[in-house]
Design a protein around this ligand. Structure first.
Ligand SMILES: C[S@@+](CC[C@H](N)C(=O)[O-])C[C@H]1O[C@@H](n2cnc3c(N)ncnc32)[C@H](O)[C@@H]1O
Length: 256
């Protein structure tokens, strides 16, 4: 399947109306912010600027704006997601704080704009973690912070079926130690990390996605059918083998 066709199918399935486009939830986003800024977020400078990369339809963008009360620049390369984010921001009284920009995150050029916090929930994999950590330093003010989530192995001993599926779906996947090594090598300090709860995979991501998948029935297009099967298999793999892998939130600061 060519790339354009694959993206067209993915954009059809992962519709902007979905609550979120990756595992995550408001409590985890808040917990990540508290890891960086303290329990009452007392360490946040109200003049801060935030950059949310691969924001999608903005589940976490809206939390960042609401929790921090700071302007957030939200970047994604699919305009319909940004349109939906803008609509939700206005509906939640956050329209003044959220600015969107349709751009490629590979080679992202922000013309020297500097941010206090760079955020990427479920999206740094697009660039690759090592590459993202290096490239995104240039967007951070000295001492700035970075938060990202990444799919990692949590436990050894995953059955072959699980390992083989994930090796096919996400070949660069490694464990927490592998990510910590990249973090250190790229000149960041780890402030904290935690695994997202299993509920954050289901409530705002897989459960609504399954409802959407059911609505497609059996499309004529063979490639579309194959993609739906793959997504169903992904969900089933997580249902059966979630103890072995998950998303981990990594919270970092640049070393000054
Ligand atoms: C798995 S979704 C996560 C979205 C959102 N952060 C969330 O957690 O709901 C990944 C996002 O990255 C965006 N994306 C993928 N490739 C991109 C690229 N090359 N440049 C910019 N955005 C990209 C997608 O459009 C999608 O919105």
């Amino acid at each position: 399947m060519d790339h354009e066709k694959m993206m067209q199918i993915l954009h059809d399935v992962f519709d902007p109306s979905l609550p979120a486009l990756a595992p995550g939830d408001s409590r985890s986003t808040r917990r990540a912010l508290e890891t960086l800024y303290g329990p009452e977020l007392a360490g946040v400078d109200k003049g801060s600027r935030v950059l949310d990369i691969g924001c999608g339809n903005g589940r976490q963008t809206l939390r960042l704006a609401a929790e921090l009360g700071c302007p957030v620049l939200a970047v994604d390369n699919h305009q319909p997601y940004l349109d939906e984010l803008e609509r939700r921001a206005v509906a939640q009284g956050l329209g003044e704080l959220v600015e969107t920009r349709c751009a490629e995150m590979n080679g992202l050029d922000l013309c020297g704009e500097a941010f206090d916090l760079v955020w990427a929930e479920g999206s740094a994999y697009v660039v690759g973690i090592g590459e993202a950590l290096q490239a995104w330093r240039s967007f951070l003010k000295p001492g700035g912070a970075l938060g990202f989530t990444e799919l990692v192995w949590l436990e050894d001993g995953a059955p072959d079926e699980c390992r083989e599926f994930l090796a096919m779906e996400y070949p660069p996947m490694t464990d927490v130690a592998g990510n910590l090594a990249m973090i250190r090598d790229c000149g960041y300090e780890l402030v904290g990390r935690f695994a997202l709860p299993e509920s954050s995979w289901w409530a705002s991501y897989y459960d609504p996605l399954q409802v959407r998948l059911a609505g497609f029935e059996a499309p004529d297009d063979e490639e579309f059918r194959a993609m739906l099967d793959m997504i169903r298999r992904e969900i089933d793999t997580y249902r059966r083998f979630s103890r072995y892998y998950g998303y981990v939130f990594f919270l970092l600061r640049t070393r000054s």
